[in-house]
Design a protein around this ligand. Structure first.
Ligand SMILES: Nc1nc2c(c(=O)[nH]1)N[C@H]1C(S)=C(S)[C@@H](COP(=O)(O)OP(=O)(O)OC[C@H]3O[C@@H](n4cnc5c(N)ncnc54)[C@H](O)[C@@H]3O)O[C@H]1N2
Ligand code: MOO
Length: 426
C-alpha cells in the first residue's frame, strides 16, 4: 500500500474499516470454565438440561397439602376440617397415601405428595386439635384452587430442552440456571491475549520523571485497562524507541505469543513513523488511514494470522481507535454478537464546529437535564487529541458524519456511549 506525498489519499470510511477488521477476526479456542466464571461471556455451545426443572412438583409455601376438591364447600361459617396424616420438610419425601379428608403438613420446596393438588398456607389454617403435625385436626374456612401454591414439575424446562443457546451471554442468574441444568462447567471462548507496545523514543514509564523532550507513556496503561475491560488478557511488551529493528523484534514476538497486537504511535507521516512499512514488510496491510478525527492514523493488517492494529500516538486517537476497531474485534473473537456500543440521540447544549471531511468522534458527556429531563450532551471545551481528562470524565463521543457541517445549540446529535456495554437498551 505505497503512498505518495499525501497519505490521507488512502483514507477509508469508519464503516468500511470496521467491516475489514471484523472480516479478519476468528474466534479463540473453546475451553470449559466454571459456570459462575462464564458470567459476561457468550456460550460457545447450546446447553441442555438433563432433568426437568423443577424436577418434581413442590410447594411454594409452608402450609398444608390437600385435595382441592375437599375444600369446595368451605366457608367461614362452615369450615372444612381435615386430619393431618404426615409432615414433609424440603429434602424429605412423604411416601404414604393421602386420602380424601386428609392433609399433609408441608414446607416450602418439599415435593407435593402424589395425588394432592393444592397447598394452603399456614396463615389461613386453624389448628383445632394437636400441634399441627401428624395426628392433629386442622380447619379451612375457604376453598382452594387446584394448583394453588404448587410449582409444577418442568415449569422452567423439560429434560433435553436447550436452556441457554450458543452465543447467549451468561448472566449471574444464568450461571444459576446452568447449575440447575447440571452444568458445573460450560464452554466459552478463551480470553484473547492482546499484546501492547508503546512506540516512541520520547516515552518513559509512569515511575520516571521525564527529562525535557520526554513524556510519560499514557497509552500503554490506558490500553491495558481497555483490553481488560473488554474481557481480553492484556500483555505489555514495553516501550520501544523509534528504532526499526527493536520495534520489529517486539512486534514479531508479540504476534507469536498473542491473539492480537496493538501498538500506539509511529503510525503517521513523521520521519520515524515506521509502523505501516513494517507491517507491509512483515505481513499484510489492509488499511492505514481512516476518515476519523481523532485517530485517523490507524494501521490494520495481519502478521501471519495475527491481527495487528497500529493506533495513533495521540492518546485520544488511540482511545477512539480502540473503541471503534479493537474492542469490537476482541468481542468477536470471544463469540459476542453484539459488537457496537449503544448510540443514542441527545440535544447539544452548545454549538459544535465541524468542517466537512473526516467523521468526528468528539469527547463529551451526556446527562438528563432541564425541566423536561431530556438528554443533553455537553461537548468538552477542547478536542485536542493529546488530552485524556475529558475522556475520563465524559461518557460519550458525539458522532458527526464526514459530510456534516456545524451543529447549532439545541440541535439533536448522535452520541456513542462508551460507559455502557454493547447490546444495552437505553
Ligand atoms: N505531517 C503530518 N503530521 C501529522 C499528521 C499528518 O497527517 N501529517 N497527522 C497528525 C495526526 S491527526 C495524528 S493522530 C498523529 C499520529 O501520529 P502517530 O500515530 O504517528 O504518533 P506519534 O507521532 O508517535 O505521536 C503522536 C503524539 O502522541 C504522543 N504519544 C505517542 N505515544 C504516546 C504514548 N504512549 N503516551 C503518550 N503520548 C504518546 C507523541 O508524543 C506525539 O505527541 O500525527 C499527526 N501528525
Ligand atoms: O487523527 Mo489525529 O488523532 O486527529 O489527532
Amino acid at each position: 500500500m505505497a503512498h505518495g506525498k499525501n497519505p490521507d489519499a488512502n483514507m477509508i470510511p469508519v464503516e468500511e474499516a470496521r467491516r475489514i477488521v471484523l472480516g479478519c477476526m476468528r474466534s479463540t479456542e473453546v475451553r470449559e470454565v466454571p459456570a459462575w466464571q462464564a458470567a459476561g461471556l457468550p456460550l460457545a455451545a447450546d446447553i441442555k438440561t438433563d432433568i426437568d426443572l423443577a424436577p418434581f412438583a413442590n410447594s411454594a409455601m409452608d402450609g398444608y397439602a390437600l385435595h382441592a376438591a375437599d375444600l369446595a364447600a368451605a366457608t367461614a361459617d362452615g369450615p372444612v376440617v381435615l386430619d393431618v396424616v404426615g409432615h414433609e420438610a424440603a429434602g424429605y419425601v412423604f411416601e404414604g397415601e393421602v386420602g380424601h379428608g386428609q392433609t399433609v403438613r408441608i414446607m416450602t420446596g418439599a415435593p407435593v405428595p402424589e395425588g394432592l393438588d393444592a397447598v394452603v398456607k399456614y396463615e389461613v389454617v386453624e389448628v383445632l386439635e394437636g400441634d399441627g403435625n401428624e395426628g392433629s385436626r386442622v380447619s379451612f374456612a375457604a376453598p382452594a384452587k387446584p394448583g394453588e401454591n404448587i410449582r409444577a414439575a418442568g415449569l422452567e424446562a423439560r429434560a433435553g430442552d436447550v436452556v441457554m443457546a450458543a452465543g447467549e451471554v451468561v448472566t449471574p442468574a444464568g450461571a444459576g440456571l446452568l447449575a440447575n441444568a447440571g452444568h458445573a462447567f460450560v464452554p466459552v471462548h478463551r480470553a484473547p491475549r492482546m499484546g501492547i507496545i508503546s512506540l516512541g523514543t520520547e516515552l518513559v514509564d509512569a515511575g520516571a520523571v521525564p527529562a525535557r523532550g520526554q513524556i510519560r507513556d499514557v497509552n500503554g496503561p490506558a490500553l491495558m485497562a481497555s483490553a481488560r475491560e473488554a474481557g481480553a488478557e492484556p500483555v505489555f511488551y514495553g516501550i520501544a524507541p523509534d528504532d526499526e529493528e527493536r520495534i520489529c523484534e517486539l512486534v514479531r514476538r508479540a504476534a507469536s505469543e498473542c491473539d492480537v497486537v496493538v501498538t500506539s504511535g509511529g503510525a503517521s507521516a513523521g520521519d520515524y513513523d515506521y509502523v505501516t512499512a513494517l507491517i507491509e514488510r512483515e505481513g499484510e496491510v489492509l488499511f492505514d488511514r481512516v476518515s476519523i478525527k481523532p485517530g485517523k492514523a490507524v494501521t490494520f493488517g495481519l502478521l501471519g494470522e495475527t491481527p495487528f492494529f497500529g493506533l495513533s500516538g495521540n492518546p485520544a486517537g488511540a482511545f477512539v481507535g480502540f473503541e471503534l476497531f479493537v474492542r469490537p474485534a476482541l468481542r468477536k473473537m470471544m463469540g459476542h454478537t453484539e459488537l457496537a456500543r449503544p448510540v443514542q440521540e441527545a440535544r447539544a447544549t452548545h454549538g459544535i464546529k465541524k468542517r466537512p471531511g473526516r467523521a468526528a468522534y468528539n469527547r463529551a458527556r451526556v446527562e438528563r437535564a432541564g425541566a423536561d429531563d431530556e438528554l443533553e450532551v455537553m461537548q468538552a471545551p477542547t478536542q485536542n487529541s493529546a488530552l485524556l481528562v475529558d475522556l475520563h470524565r465524559g461518557n460519550c463521543l458525539v458522532i458527526l458524519d464526514e459530510d456534516a457541517g456545524r451543529v447549532e445549540a439545541g440541535d439533536t446529535v448522535a452520541v456513542l456511549r462508551y460507559d455502557v456495554s454493547e447490546g444495552t437498551v437505553l
